[in-house]
Design a protein around this ligand. Structure first.
Ligand SMILES: *[C@@H]1O[C@H](CO)[C@@H](O)[C@H](O)[C@H]1NC(C)=O
Ligand SMILES: *[C@@H]1O[C@H](CO)[C@@H](O)[C@H](O)[C@H]1NC(C)=O
Length: 600
């Protein structure tokens, strides 16, 4: 139809020529657009990022809404369940499928296989079916950032490494993949040896079969302990025979990536630092390699559970300016780190009174910082690690007994007044406080002239959320009856703040720190913040919306509105009701009582 109308126009003399010209122009312009669009598309396709660059991080297992908090350092004991036969437990079923998991890609199972895989979870707390299908020498992409790739190391000048890997009933394929990844991706010149320490495994495939597999590998040796020593004892065993300049401790379910060793050795050479790699994620289900969030550091909650948190503002700024530089962390996760052998021993190795596993990472971190060394993370060394939700191990005497006694030791030796805080609110741990013989560790602290825990909090972790002599501590209770507080478990960041039933003087979830600047801090590093509408619990930060200035019995935001408990007809005491900041009025819902509770 259009065509006939244009046709009619075209047939009229001079007008015809003009119209033809216009049509040609329109055609040309269109063609230009088309060509540039196609060009753009081609370029985009070419630049299309590799699959692993598009991956951000595995949100479910790692991060919640607006920050990050993984439970790495806190295993919660075995999961029981399936009844597995001796044969299944003791057999190595490694049979690689060509291509499976190459490049760090996930391995998917059929629904039927998934059922089997779930049953076998009890064995290792990760998907053993998937692990057994992936070649032990699988390829992985270079996970480093551009700025890290451009750092040049003088390999001749770097110290040498003894890699120490402790295992207890690990899967054969996972353990071998850890070893192979180290052998494949470490410069010959720098890797002195790999020391495997078998901490009393009883799986048959880890005896002769492992010996044979390792016999063909250069530089790998196995030490075996017939008694269960635990992580600390076994690592000490390995460290004692290490001949390299630097000890590099790795868990037995890791895979290192290209360029992982040089940045660790470069920094560890300095003799004043425990240096940790950037830990990425190996999915426990698919063994896919996933990058973890770029900036995180390690710290701990009031209950001394290890936590990943967002680093302080000034550390973040320095990271942006210098993205390949190591940055300090208040604590390490503990599984993976490097340290100059001389420094390790000078600072007292590990606390050999610690059983099996747990809290040794905090003890080591505090000792390092307080006794004149540092703990850092280098973003340029990237190591994948399987984070398990449960520990598949047996803990003699029960997991809490083991963990509690380790925590009691660490707190007693290093935390000063904050040890009293910890014990006061954890009566079961307090009960075993006096059973710990920590005489030699206390002597060590004296001999090394280590600094106080107060120094540590003020200088290494000034953003901490613990009570201090300068901070108020207690319950904040509304005139209507409800208290401020967080709810059990790991509270979601950005969770709406609610009026809660007030607790006892020992109920940590209802106790708060109120800082001189006006921050209301709860355990887990959560601060009360005026959100869009409701008040919420968010990771403590420099956000001005986290400031609540005390004005008589009111708590005012920077903009002068008052913290208000929204009372409904149903709940006249305000329990389970939301909080917000509103214009200040004469109303009980804006009246807050500060009930001080001694924190130690
Ligand atoms: C586990 O297996 C053993 C031996 O096959 C059997 O006696 C026992 O009842 C089983 N237990 C469960 C919980 O299925
Ligand atoms: C792994 O080893 C096998 C057999 O030795 C070899 O064919 C394969 O190319 C290796 N894969 C990689 C990624 O090096």
């Amino acid at each position: 139809m259009l065509r006939t109308e244009f046709g009619a126009l075209l047939c009229r003399g001079r007008k015809k020529r003009i119209v033809t010209l216009i049509l040609i122009l329109i055609f040309l312009i269109n063609a230009m657009f088309y060509v540039s669009f196609e060009l753009y598309n081609t370029v985009m396709r070419k630049n299309k990022k590799l699959w692993y660059n598009r991956l951000k991080y595995d949100k479910n297992s790692y991060v919640d809404e607006s920050g990050m908090r993984v439970i790495v350092g806190h295993y919660v004991g075995g999961i029981g369940g399936a009844n597995l036969s001796e044969e299944i437990m003791h057999t190595n079923n490694y049979s690689p499928v060509p291509g499976a998991g190459e490049g760090g890609r996930p391995v998917q199972l059929s629904p039927r296989e998934l059922i089997t895989a779930r049953e076998l979870y009890t064995l290792h707390s990760y998907n053993i079916l998937v692990s057994d299908r992936i070649a032990i020498n699988r390829s992985l992409p270079d996970m480093r950032s551009d700025s890290c790739r451009s750092v040049v190391y003088d390999t001749e000048e770097l110290p040498t490494a003894s890699v120490i890997i402790v295992f207890h009933n690990e899967a054969w394929s996972t353990l071998m993949r850890t070893i192979m990844s180290v052998l494949m991706r470490s410069p010959q010149l720098l890797l002195k040896q790999i020391i495997l320490v078998d901490d009393a495994s009883d799986r048959r495939y880890l005896s002769e079969e492992l010996d044979n597999a390792v016999a063909n590998l250069d530089k790998v040796q196995i030490l075996r302990s017939s008694n269960r020593n635990g992580l600390v004892g076994a690592r000490l065993m390995g460290a004692r025979v290490a001949t390299g300049d630097v000890l590099v401790f790795l868990d037995a379910h890791c895979e290192v990536t290209k360029g992982w060793l040089e940045p660790l050795l470069d920094r560890a050479g300095n003799d004043d630092v425990f240096i940790c790699p950037h830990i990425d994620l190996l999915s426990e289900d698919t063994l896919a390699y996933t990058k973890s969030i770029d900036a995180h550091w390690g710290a701990f909650s009031w209950r001394l559970h290890f936590r990943w948190l967002t680093p302080s503002g000034d550390v973040m700024l320095k990271k942006i300016r210098n993205p390949s530089k190591p940055y300090p962390t208040p604590a390490m996760a503990g599984g993976l780190f490097a340290v100059r052998k001389s420094l390790f021993w000078r600072l007292g190795g590990y606390d050999s009174g610690m059983l099996i596993w747990g809290a040794e990472n905090l003890e080591l971190s505090w000792r390092a910082w307080q006794c004149g060394a540092r703990v850092e993370i280098t973003p340029c060394s990237r190591v994948g690690h399987i984070f398990r939700r449960h520990s598949p191990y047996k803990y003699p005497g029960g997991v809490s007994k083991v963990l509690n006694s380790n925590l009691a030791r660490a707190a007693t030796v290093w935390m000063d007044e904050w040890a009293d805080f910890f014990f006061k609110f954890n009566p079961p741990i307090s009960a075993i406080r006096d059973q710990q013989n920590v005489y030699d560790r206390v002597e060590l602290r004296k001999n090394l002239h280590c600094k106080s825990f107060e120094w540590y909090l003020e200088n290494v972790w000034p953003q901490h959320f613990f009570p201090t002599t300068k901070r108020w501590f207690g319950r904040i209770k509304n005139e209507k009856g409800a208290c401020l507080g967080i709810t059990g478990g790991t509270p979601g960041l950005g969770a709406p703040a609610l009026g809660l039933q007030c607790g006892t003087d020992l109920d940590l979830d209802r106790l708060l720190v109120y800082t001189p600047e006006g921050k209301i801090m709860a355990d887990e590093g959560l601060c009360l913040q005026q959100g869009n509408g409701r008040a919420v619990w968010k990771s403590c930060s420099d956000n001005k919306k986290q400031i609540w200035v005390q004005d008589g019995a009111r708590l005012k935001t920077i903009s002068g509105s008052c913290l208000t408990l929204l009372i409904s007809e149903k709940n006249s005491d305000g329990i389970d009701e939301a909080l917000t900041s509103k214009r200040c009025v004469e109303d009980d819902s804006q009246i807050w009582h500060f009930e001080r509770v001694p924190w130690r």
